[in-house]
Ligand binder design. Structure first.
Ligand code: ZN
Length: 397
C-alpha cells in the first residue's frame, strides 16, 4: 500500500469495517493543495493523490489508462476492496484524471498514460471539493445508511447539464450502504445513465450489492492493502524453492520445471476461481439473465464482464509475482551485507543466507530485474507460460 505517501487525514470517527484494521496511520500528513471538511461528515478528506502515486497498484492504473487512451471510458466503475479510504483516494485520482486539463481527451480519446497534473484549475477544483460536475453521495447518520432522499437529490443533480461541459461524475462512497428504496432508484439511473456521466462506486462489501448493479459496472478489486499479506500460491511456490535449496543446496533444472508447473497450474486455478466468482455475481451467470435487455446492451455487459475478469486476474497475478520479487529482494539485501536487513521473509533467513553466499550482488539484482521485466512483459499479449519459463530458468538461486 501507499504508506508514507500523502494520503488521508482521518477524523474522529473510525470506519469500523474500513481503514481501522489495515494499518493506515491516522496521523496528520503533509498536505499540498486544499483540503476541506465536509459538513455532515467527520472525516477530513484529502484528494491530492494522482494515479502515479499508486505504484503498488500499477496493474489497475495501467488498465484504466489503457482504456482511456483507447477511448473506452466506461459509464460505471465499481472499486471494491477492504479499505474505503484507499478506494476513495484511488477513485478521486481517477476522477481528477478525467477532468485534468493536461490529460484532456480529444474526441473521447485520452492521451497515453493519462494522469492528473494536480495543479491545473480543474485539478484544483477537484481537490478543494468545489468541482461543480462531481456529485458525491455517502452514508449519513449513525446508521451509516444512504437513504432515498439524498439519493434522489444526487440523481436529480446528475440529470442536469454539465457546468464545465465535459463529464459529470457520480461518486458513491460505500454504495453497499444504500437502503433498498435508494438502491432501486439508483439502479434505474445506472441502467439509463444521463449522457456523459461516469459513476464511480466504492464498496468494501460487494456481496451486499444487487447483482444488477455489479453487472453494470467495470469492477476493479483491490485486495488486502496490508503490506505483508502474501498470496497463498506465492507462499506455496516459495516454500518449494526453499525446500529444494535446503535439501540439495541448489535449485536444479528439474526443480525449476516442477516449480513452473506449480505456478502455471496455480494461475489456472486462480483464473477459474475469478471467472466463477465474477460470473456468479453478474447477470450473465444467471440463466436467461439477458432476456429483458436488448442484444447490443447484453454484448456490452459481456465485454465489461470479460474486462473485469481480466482485470482481477491481472491484479492477482501481479501480486503473486510481487511476493516472489520480495524473496529476491531479501537475497539481494543479504548479498549487500546491509546491517540488520528488514527481510520480508525472515522465516527463511538461513536458506536465503546460503543462496546469498553463492551469488553476487549483481546476480541478485539481475533476479529482481528479471521478475520486474516478467511483470511488464505479462501486460502485453505474450504467451504467459513461456514468459514465466524464460524468467524462472535464468534466475540465480
Ligand atoms: Zn490537472
Amino acid at each position: 500500500m501507499n504508506r508514507g505517501l500523502k494520503r488521508v487525514i482521518s477524523g474522529g470517527e473510525r470506519d469500523s469495517r474500513g481503514g481501522a484494521g489495515f494499518g493506515i496511520p491516522s496521523v496528520n500528513v503533509g498536505v499540498r493543495g486544499g483540503n476541506k471538511s465536509r459538513s455532515g461528515d467527520r472525516a477530513v478528506i484529502y484528494w491530492g493523490m494522482v494515479l502515479a502515486d499508486f505504484a503498488s497498484r500499477s496493474t489497475a492504473v495501467e488498465l484504466l489508462q489503457r482504456s482511456l487512451s483507447r477511448g473506452r471510458l466506461g459509464h460505471a466503475y465499481l472499486l471494491s476492496g477492504e479499505d474505503l479510504k484507499f478506494l476513495e483516494d484511488f477513485g478521486m485520482a481517477f476522477v481528477k484524471t478525467l477532468f485534468c486539463e493536461r490529460s484532456r481527451a480529444e474526441g473521447g480519446v485520452f492521451p497515453a498514460h493519462a494522469d492528473a497534473c494536480d495543479s491545473c484549475v480543474q485539478c484544483r477544483k477537484v481537490v478543494s471539493g468545489n468541482h461543480p460536475d462531481i456529485h458525491i453521495l455517502r452514508p449519513e447518520s449513525k446508521m451509516r445508511m444512504i437513504r432515498m432522499e439524498p439519493t434522489q437529490e444526487f440523481i436529480r443533480r446528475l440529470q442536469s447539464k454539465a457546468y464545465e461541459g465535459r463529464y459529470k461524475v457520480g461518486f458513491i462512497v460505500a454504495v453497499d450502504r444504500m437502503n433498498t428504496q435508494a438502491a432501486n432508484a439508483f439502479l434505474k439511473t445506472l441502467e439509463e445513465p444521463p449522457p456523459r456521466t461516469v459513476f464511480i462506486l466504492l464498496t468494501t462489501e460487494h456481496e451486499r450489492l444487487l447483482d444488477t448493479v455489479i453487472s453494470r459496472c467495470l469492477r476493479l478489486h483491490f485486495p488486502g492493502t496490508g503490506d505483508q499479506e502474501f498470496p497463498p500460491l506465492a507462499m506455496t511456490v516459495m516454500e518449494k524453492m526453499i525446500g529444494a535449496v535446503k535439501s540439495t543446496g541448489k535449485l536444479s533444472i528439474l526443480d525449476r520445471y516442477a516449480l513452473l508447473s506449480t505456478i502455471v497450474d496455480g494461475l489456472k486455478t486462480l483464473n477459474d476461481t475469478i471467472v466463477t466468482e465474477i460470473g456468479e455475481r453478474s447477470s450473465a451467470g444467471n440463466s436467461g439473465g439477458y432476456q429483458d435487455i436488448d442484444s447490443s446492451l447484453a454484448e456490452k455487459y459481456e465485454t465489461e464482464l470479460k474486462a473485469s475478469i481480466e482485470a482481477e486476474y491481472r491484479l492477482q497475478r501481479s501480486r503473486f509475482f510481487q511476493a516472489i520479487q520480495w524473496l529476491f529482494r531479501d537475497i539481494w539485501l543479504l548479498t549487500s551485507h546491509v546491517e540488520n536487513p528488514r527481510l520480508a521473509y525472515p522465516q527463511w533467513k538461513e536458506t536465503l543466507d546460503s543462496v546469498s553466499r553463492r551469488i553476487t550482488t549483481g546476480q541478485a539484482l539481475e533476479n529482481i530485474n528479471s521478475i520486474e521485466k516478467l511483470q511488464q512483459v505479462l501486460h502485453t499479449n505474450v504467451q504467459e507460460a513461456l514468459a514465466i519459463e524464460v524468467c524462472f530458468l535464468k534466475l540465480h538461486f
